[in-house]
Each structure stands twice: as structure tokens, then as C-alpha cells.
Design a protein around this ligand. Sequence first.
Ligand SMILES: NC(=O)c1ccc[n+]([C@@H]2O[C@H](COP(=O)([O-])OP(=O)(O)OC[C@H]3O[C@@H](n4cnc5c(N)ncnc54)[C@H](O)[C@@H]3O)[C@@H](O)[C@H]2O)c1
Length: 343
Amino acid sequence: LKYTFGEFKTEIIISADFPEISLDKNALIVADENTAQLAAKLCKNEALCVLKSGEENKNWQSAEKILSEAKKAGLARDCFFIGVGGGVICDLTAFAASVYMRGCRLILVPTTLLAMVDAAVGGKTGFDLFSIKNLAGTFYPAETVYMPLAALSSLPQMEWKNGIAELIKTAILSGDDFLDQLLPLLSPPYSQNDLLLECIKKVAAYKAGVVSEDLRDNGKRMLLNLGHTFAHALESVSGLGSISHGEAVAWGIVRACELGRKLGITPDAKAQKIKTLIESSGFNLAYSYDSEKMINVMKSDKKKKDGKLTFIVPDKTSAYCVILENESELNLLKNVLDGKIDN
Ligand SMILES: NC(=O)c1ccc[n+]([C@@H]2O[C@H](COP(=O)([O-])OP(=O)(O)OC[C@H]3O[C@@H](n4cnc5c(N)ncnc54)[C@H](O)[C@@H]3O)[C@@H](O)[C@H]2O)c1
């Protein structure tokens, strides 16, 4: 798969096994404690920078460590940064590559399902700063993204679920046929197989297609936030880290369907199909928190438009963005957050 994102060209190579990466230039591999062994399978003689794992280490200190190791390894501008890991490592490595000597070459090897279907495609880089997620970052797509499914064999089930939620999200956006194709994949325990490979290909292609029209997130890319306004509010009100991102996104997608249904946008049958699919994938839909608190979090969400609450809701074929303008629409939102989901 080859894509152009603005001035950048990206090739995505999806395979069952680990690729052999041979380079004609010096490189720095960046991994975390859990992916350093995978990195060793891909590249033999390159310098290796191992970071502590987890979102709590997606910070400036880690970015600085990568830059410092790059300098120690003597990297020049035509050299490579290679990120081998989940979304945290991909975002950090891509950020470092984008600023080191004003931009080096970048290869990403996502090793979580979430990073394959989302983080490694589309060129958003960054790290958390002043307790705000992804406050600092750049747009800097990798020149090559390798997605070896073999990397997923050591992935814990909880991490699989984070990726499955994003896979479902993109399938909803790209249409009913893909949702139907996805069905056999969606019952835990999850593992890699040929169908998964096909689905990752489709999701990566869909996301890359959207991003190639809107690298800098000024329009169409917003669709990829389906379920996320609800998810961020749930994650925040329940205490960051207590509900996994995938659980929150899955819950958020079902709430977005319910809002869409109440607004007359999401067909009943589609909302029901999505809910059934998400339930059978093992996600919990029973979270219930104070709706006023959640709405306050939504109002401070960085993605709100001109101070108004915006949501992506599924429609007949894909999804679109609605802006809640008046009291009665806000009441609908409150009902969705308060109420049980109708069958
Ligand atoms: N840039 C983007 O467009 C974009 C999109 C979505 C998410 N993200 C970012 O991605 C991050 C989340 O990514 P994530 O869910 O991959 O989390 P992660 O990178 O923290 O990985 C999750 C855990 O799995 C471990 N791990 C990774 N690969 C493994 C493997 N193959 N076997 C065993 N363990 C493995 C990691 O060490 C970590 O402990 C967030 O910071 C989010 O902001 C970025």
C-alpha cells in the first residue's frame, strides 16, 4: 500500500512474519522494555534505545532520551529512526525523527493491534505534556510502516481489545460490508490469522485514504473520532487509567449510535447491529457516571468546534459530524448519558 500525505510518501507493508529490514544508512532503533526483543529480530547491528513502557513514559524525558541516543550513535539527517512498539513508541519515535536535525528518515514497526490500525498510520506524532495527552507533537508520516502480525503473538488480551475497538470504529466508517466481514474475528480470545491480516489491510487503507485528504486534521480526519468524545469523557470521569481506552471507545461508539438514533441519523437496525457486535466482542457497556460531569468534560474537549459540542455519529453508509446547538439537543445528549440503551 502506497500513500501520499501532503509532501510525504508512505509505504505500508503488512506481512504474517517479521520482515528483514536492511538499511544503507546508520539507524537508531527505539523500543520499550516489552518490545526490545522484537526489535532484535528485525535489525541486527543498529544502536538500540530502550524506554520504559506505558503512557506515563510518553513524555519529554523519553523524547529527550531518544534524541540523546541518536546523537551518541552519530546519526545524520539522512539516517533512520526506527520505532518498534505500540502507539507510545511510534508517537515518540516519530516525534524525535521529525525534530532531530529538522527531520530524519523514519520507519515504524507497530507491535500492538492499536498501533497497526491507528497510531502508526497518518503521521501524528507527540507526547504528553503538563498532564495533557499529546499536547506537544508534529505531523510527520513514516516513509515505511512494517506491520508484522507475528509481533502480536505476545500481546496481552487487554491490549488486543484496545485495537479491536479501533478496528470496529473504522469498519463502521467504511461501510456495512466490512462490518460483516469483521464478525468472525470478534470473539475473544483474540489471535492473529489470515482474516485479521485482511482486515488490518482494509483499516490501514481506509485511514490512509482519509489522512491523504486531510493530513493536518482540518476536516475529514474528524470522522476518525467516532466514539471518542464519549470515550474521553468516560475515561476522565472514571479516573484516568481505570477504564482502558478500548473499553471506553467501544462504550463511546454505542453511545454515539444512540445519540445518532435520537437525532434521526443512525438507522435503528444499524445501531442494534453495532451494539450486538460490540457486546459479542466482550466489551462492557454498563458504565454509568454522572452525566453533568461528563458533559462538562466534553465541553472542555480540545476537539469541540467554536465552543460547541461536536459528535461523529454513524449514518446509513458511514458517519458524519453533528454539532449540538440548542438546549433540546443537549437534553438528548444527557438522556443518552443517563439512560439505558434501548433495544
Ligand atoms: N499517532 C496517532 O495517530 C495515534 C492514534 C491512536 C493512538 N495513539 C497513541 O497510541 C498510544 C497507545 O498505543 P498502544 O495501545 O499501542 O499502547 P502502548 O504503546 O503503551 O502499548 C501497550 C503495552 O503493550 C506493550 N507491547 C507492545 N507491543 C507488544 C507486543 N507485541 N507484545 C507484548 N507487549 C507489547 C507495551 O510495552 C505496553 O506495555 C497512546 O499514547 C495514544 O495517544 C496515537
